[in-house]
Each structure stands twice: as C-alpha cells, then as structure tokens.
Write a protein that binds this ligand. Sequence first.
Ligand SMILES: *Cc1c(COP(=O)(O)O)cnc(C)c1O
Length: 482
Amino acid sequence: MDLDDAAILGELDALRARDAPTHGGRVLSYVYDAGMPELDELAAQAARRMQAVNGLDPTTFTSVAALERDVVAFARDILGGDEDVAGSVTSGGTESCLLAVKTARDLWRAGGGTGVARIVAPVTAHAAFRKAAELFDLAFDAVPVSPATGTLDAAAVVDRLGPDVALVVVSAPSYPFAAMDPVADVAVACAAAGIACHVDACIGGWILPFWPDRVPAWDLAVPGVTSLSADLHKYGYAPKGVSVLLHRGRDRHRAQYFATTDWPGYPVVNPTLLGSKSAGALAAAWAIIRALGADGFAQLAARAARATAALRAAVAGIEGLRVVGVPTGPLLAVATDESVPPERRVDPHHWADRVRGAGWVLQQQPGLTQADGIRLPHTTHLTVTPVTETVLDELVAALVAAADAVRGVPAVDPAQALGALPAQLPERLDSDAAAAVLAGIGLGAGGALPDAMAPLMALIEALPHPVAERLLTELLARTIAP
Ligand SMILES: *Cc1c(COP(=O)(O)O)cnc(C)c1O
C-alpha cells in the first residue's frame, strides 16, 4: 500500500526526532549552527531549486558553472589567493583532501617520481589524508607532535623531506587539538625542495579569515603553499556536501581532473571524484555567501570567538582539567590536568559522558601512541559555533557540574577494558566473529551505543589498530544491516 505524503513525512519526522539536535548548540561537533533560521531557510530554498540538476555537466547546466565560479572567486579572495589561484567546489573536506593528494601524486610522477610516494604530515593531520594514502597508494609518514600542546615543530617536518615526498600537509588549525601548524616555516622549506605543500583549512578556512584575534600567516598568501582546502559545510554554514579546494597555478588545478575519451560513451571530464552529482549544497553555499558577505561572516566569527574564549576560560577554571596547548579558532581539546593530585583530577571521557547525561554532546578522542613512542593523551573535543554564545551560561554550568561529579574518578584502565574481551581473539575476525566479540561487550546488533562511552574509548586505545578498526567497522555495518 502506498502511503500519502503526510504519512511518509511523518515517518521521517519520527526518525529525525531521535537524532541529536542539529540546532541550538547542544552538539559541539559535526554541526555548525549560525543561529540564523532565515539563513537556513535561504539555503534550503536555493538547494530546492537545484534539486533536479546534474552537476556532472556545467556546459549543459550552466547555472552550476556560474555558482561554482562565484564561490571559488570569493574563497580565493578571503584565502589570500591571487589571479594565479584556481580551484573547484567538492562534496566535502574528505574529497578536497583526497584530491589534494591525488593531484600532488600525479604531479610528482610527472616530475619523474617513481615508486611509492610519501605524504609527510603531523600525526594530527585529518584522517582523510590516511585515507588518501590508502586509496592512492602513497606512504603516510606521521610526524609526532608535542604531547603537552599538540603543536608541530617545523624542523621535524623539514628533516623528513626527500625526493620521494609528493606532498607535505599542515593544518590551520588541526582538528584534534586546534593547534596551528607552522605553515610559513614548513611551506618555505617545501618550496626550496620543490615539494608541494597543502594547508588543510577544512575547519578553519571559512572562519579564520574573519577571526578577531591575530593568527599567524597560514593561507595562500604564504609563499610555498601550493593548495588549500576549506569546508563550506563547516563555518560556511552550508548543508553537508560542499567544500573548496584551491591550487596555486592553473596547471596544478588541471592535474586534479580526470578526463577520458577512451570509451564509447560521452567524453568524460571530471574535476572531482564523483560523476553525476548534486548541485544543491553548492547552491546553498552560494546563497549563504551572497547573503552574508564578508561582513556577515565577520559578525558570526566574532560570536564564535567570544563563545570560544568564554569556554576556554571556564574549562581552565575547572580544577582537574586543562585546555590542550593554545587553541586557534573556534575549537579546543580538553585533557586531564596531571599537575594536580589524582583525587583532584578529572578524566575528560568520564566528564564528557556526564555532560552528555545533561543533554550536551562533546566528542571523545582516544589517546594515541606516536611513532616516537610518546603518547598523546585522550581528550574531549569541543567545536564552538556562533549559536554557542546564546547557550553559554547553561553549557558552562553543565561542564562545571559534570566535572564536580566525576572529579577523582580514575580513567578507565585500558587493561581492564581489554579484560572484557575474550582472552584469545579469533585469528581472522570475519563478520560473525567480530559481531560475537561486540555482543560479548554489550554492543549488540542494533548498533546502539552505551550511555557511557569512556570504556569503549579505552578499549579502542588498548587494542591494536587493525583489531579496533575491524570491530568498529562491524559495529557500523550492523547499524545498516537490513
Ligand atoms: C572536517 C575536516 C576534514 C574532513 O572533512 P569532512 O567534511 O568531514 O569530509 C578534514 N580536515 C579537517 C581539519 C577537518 O576539520
């Protein structure tokens, strides 16, 4: 029996009602709320008008080319680019990062590079670059950062440059710790060595240009920076599915493209990874840029900056917690303050679990042993948006109360977390074996996560990466198993 529209949409509403809230500032990651319903409505209207268009062919759907041209022009302007900078709109940060790597690899090969190319990047560089290395067959060389501050030493990168390096990546800022990498120092060394240097400004790119505090040079105005990614579906406040990737030099941009006439169908020219693609998020981003202009972005950045400063001060004032390093931009990470006695310490994962109980979603990040054996602490991440300012008092009260509730509770012991697993894990974790292991620790077929995530995070930390990755893959795959 076919349902009528109201019933279908009612079903969708019921599903959506169970989601974490996308608006109102209660979720401090994933979603970027400008706090302007009229802007969301404009974006929705713009996307609706493009619903039937295929972004595959901007010569047939010329509107797509016009929108993309405008968005790239605005991006180039705010990101320090000159006439020589060209770029594309992509479906998101991951696609921008993948294409930056593919482009660099192809140019490295064109320049005579043979064998396996290497990406040099701080360990804090977004996981999308590890994905790119895997997909496009490069080696990923993760440079350790300071465990206290999450910052990268430029010399550590420079030491690793060599003829097999196709791309160096730096972040502005890094997602895990909001650390600003030393872009200028790294880029100048890359230029001297003839190596491409990508600035991953996926999270910072649409807000740092308008940030009220001084920020060290990080954009395309910096000599030696050859490409830059910046996500419109983050601080461009657009719906998911839109980012920009800019390149210094038209020829570098052209190396991003795939083209073939070697099949009996239409001549294929794809600037990005997809073929047929939506132009909805592009149109939404375009409309938002038109509505806000630089002044509008600056006002929103000011709100996010005020909220970030207030949150940073509030967290710094909580005994037992510390803000990691010197965060730049609207995000920060929180770790245990080990300078106070154990009974006064606050574990950031127990803290986040408590905060979640009060209706706020923070993002837990597992600790990690770096290539040099030095361990980065487990932390809790907060991404701050303009709307955060409107709920600040309530949020700070929740953060303080949660810390008071868990102060002195030790972090989950990784050995204990491991103890929940069978002593001997099956040699090959096929789907059934992985599901059985998950069921044994209370993670069943429904895919529902436990209320307390700290034990799961500790388990992720304690397990060898391939095992943790396999179990998490199973967990996610089971959420959509028909
Ligand atoms: C979000 C982000 C990415 C990946 O972007 P997606 O849009 O999630 O695919 C890459 N780098 C940084 C620094 C990011 O914050």
